[in-house]
Design a protein around this ligand. Sequence first.
Ligand SMILES: Cc1cc2nc3c(=O)[nH]c(=O)nc-3n(C[C@H](O)[C@H](O)[C@H](O)COP(=O)(O)O)c2cc1C
Length: 179
Amino acid sequence: MNHDKISILGISGSLRLNSSASTVLHIVSGLFPDHVDFLIYKGLEHIPAFNDSEAAPPVVSSFIQSIEKADAVFFCIPEYAFGVPGALKNALDWTVSSTAFSNKPTALITAASSGDKAHAALLLTLTALGANIPDSARLLLPFIRTRLTERGEIKDADTLLKIKDQCRSLLEIISTGNS
Ligand SMILES: Cc1cc2nc3c(=O)[nH]c(=O)nc-3n(C[C@H](O)[C@H](O)[C@H](O)COP(=O)(O)O)c2cc1C
């Protein structure tokens, strides 16, 4: 990284209105300092089911380029039926033949009722893709509904502190290139 501005691409694993994961991602986006451009990716629902028999459609190429261009990627996901939400897993399948995630500083929050299975599964996928996702950039937030107010704020100081620590850690990884 040799530029002053840092760009982070935020990806929510949920397409739902009033999604807890998207709410947490929105909170995360506001925790970084001014020299960070935090852009939330909006096109997940437009990515077609993976099939590389023909050239990737423009929406997929654009998704991959967004990851390549970013200095880091920050995921916030729920768990559905004991797994990673299908739309996100499908989008990541398209990146397998690219080097988009190769050594990419990456953070993950899993915000769900329990979430441990999706958390572990996405970490496996991201590791397979070559992402740089050290322990300090991984956070599991179970019982997520009890941690958020109706206005979309974090209720307890401890959860907020953990998220802030994670953001700080991601910035360190970006600037040093080390995990
Ligand atoms: C279709 C569906 C399946 C779910 N399955 C699980 C599950 O297997 N494990 C879990 O911890 N939570 C599960 N949940 C609860 C969600 O993780 C939790 O409600 C979360 O806040 C929803 O995320 P979202 O609002 O970001 O979409 C499920 C929710 C939905 C809607």
